[in-house]
Design a protein around this ligand. Structure first.
Ligand SMILES: [Zn+2]
Length: 499
């Protein structure tokens, strides 16, 4: 997603929507005309991947080392939300396991809520034995804690915190509006540690996402201090997984997962459908009944298609939630789709509701299962998720694949380097065009060069190799070189500035 908080952008957005053109947002970027222009065959391959008969990879990949499951750090969180006061009281225990092969002499906690004025108030911070942590430094979003003795590889350490969140009033994945309260990235967490480089921490930017996550186990209980909003309506709580409810307490277990998100509203209408092993749930506002079932159905459809193509979705539930902000946004186990996609849904799959549902579901693989540095190499999850939309259309609406390419990609005449960082883009459109759209063009041409089957074999190998880990661009290309003997230098030179 990207952040679009300014009034100027909102005005632009509405202008685009009213003129039937595009929202100013990279996850929502296609006109909904039904034009379908023939596309150059060298670029586009419309054959459904499952029926493709391309040659087998001409390079036999060497046997891969095992990808053993890493022990999971554990976040035990107990939260009480006062919906009307926009306050959350939280007790948190972090059992952090050093899965790196380096000794650590400090622990770093990232606290996104502390980037808001008075947004985060730390009450207590202790070691496991209850002794206060006497030395630490809290600067903006970073809480660094020198360790009394080095944490050896494989060893764990426990921190216990209590704090209060004062939620900001903003249309965003973290904050509250008249319609909903969203808690994305709401708790202190330990970012990935990259041996030789340090903590994987990036500054916020005015667009894109900047966080990276290790896999972890989340044990969460949430209590709504008052289950009714003062403006009427019983509050509905939606989170990354399905709760067990014990009186007023919602208990969640979410693992292994990148993060735990939740959202509350008195307005949510709920629908659900069982898709194989997975319960797909949809939560929408009561203003556009024609869009509610399609949001659920397209999400479920995308889940089924990507399950079959890439490998199994790892959780028992997936929730799609209407967002009171102008973006789609992915979390592990829960995706947000902008209210605008619902408001302007025209009843057919040539719509942003369908496109972005597929996109955010694809992030469950490219962001959820395979992690990456979203700040410095956002193309790894964004280009793959955008290109996954092709697989969605080829399988769900094959007649619309040309339409997708023409309207989602070529209509914009995208420019820019696929490996742009979130800090380099000149604005929302240049960032989307370079990373998302040109990223999808790169992957489309790569697929054409390799053949459908070999390309899919590579994607599955990439998933398998980096499942539950962080992948870099180097990892992507090193693995790719084992799955094709085709000379990719011209292709890579066309799309990447750093290779
Ligand atoms: Zn995305």
């Amino acid at each position: 997603m990207m952040k679009l908080f300014s009034a100027i952008i909102v005005t632009l957005w509405l202008g685009f929507l009213l003129s039937g053109c595009n929202p100013a947002n990279q996850e929502s970027s296609t006109p909904t005309s039904s034009s379908s222009t023939p596309l150059p065959e060298s670029t586009i391959d419309n054959a459904p991947a499952e029926t493709a008969t391309s040659a087998k990879p001409s390079v036999t990949p060497s046997p891969k080392p095992e990808n053993p499951a890493l022990p999971l750090s554990r976040y035990t969180l107990s939260a009480e939300l006062d919906y009307d006061a926009h306050l959350v009281k939280v007790d948190e225990q972090i059992s952090y396991i050093n899965n790196s092969d380096s000794e650590l002499n400090e622990l770093l906690l990232l606290i996104e809520p502390n980037s808001y004025p008075n947004g985060f108030a730390l009450s207590t911070l202790t070691w496991e034995n209850g002794e206060p942590v006497s030395t630490y430094a809290l600067n903006d979003r970073e809480l660094s804690i020198p360790l009394p003795e080095n944490l050896l590889p494989g060893n764990s350490i426990v921190l216990i915190l209590s704090f209060q969140l004062n939620l900001p009033n903003q249309n965003a994945p973290y904050g509250y509006t008249d319609r909903q309260t969203n808690l994305g990235d709401w708790y202190p967490y330990v970012p990935p540690y990259i041996p030789g480089e340090g903590w994987l921490v990036s500054e916020d930017a005015f667009l894109g996402e900047h966080l990276a996550y290790d896999m972890a186990a989340f044990v969460v209980e949430i209590n709504l201090a008052n289950p009714f909003a003062t403006n009427g309506g019983e509050l509905v709580l939606v989170a990354s997984s399905i709760p067990e409810i014990d009186g007023d307490i919602y208990h969640y277990h979410h693992a292994p997962a990148r993060n735990f998100v939740w959202t509350v509203s008195p307005l949510y209408l709920e629908q659900e459908t069982q898709e194989g092993e997975v319960m797909v749930k949809s939560y929408s506002f009561p203003y556009h009944p024609q869009a509610d079932a399609p949001a659920l159905e397209e999400t479920a459809k995308a889940l089924t298609i990507f399950n079959r193509l890439f490998g199994p979705y790892p959780h028992k539930s997936l929730s799609v939630v209407e967002a009171d902000f102008l973006d789609g946004m992915e979390y592990d186990g829960l995706i947000f789709l902008s209210h605008a996609f619902y408001d302007f849904y025209t009843g057919d799959p040539q719509s942003n509701l369908t496109i972005i549902a597929a996109h955010e579901v694809a992030h469950q693989w490219w962001y959820g299962l395979v992690g990456n540095d979203q700040a410095l190499e956002p193309w790894l999850d964004e280009a793959l998720s955008t290109f996954s939309e092709v697989y969605f259309y080829e399988n769900a609406y094959p007649d619309l694949t040309d339409w997708w390419w023409e309207n989602r990609i070529f209509f914009h005449d995208p420019q820019g380097w696929v490996d742009s960082t979130i800090y380099e883009a000149a604005g929302f459109y240049p960032y989307r065009d370079a990373v998302y759209l040109r990223g999808a063009m790169f992957l489309g041409e790569l697929r054409s060069l390799m053949g459908d089957e070999a390309f899919l074999v590579f994607l599955r190998a990439y998933l398998e190799q980096y499942r539950y880990r962080q992948a870099s661009g180097d990892d992507f290309f090193n693995l790719l070189s084992e799955y094709t003997s085709t000379d990719l230098s011209t292709l890579i030179g066309t799309y990447f500035s750093r290779r």
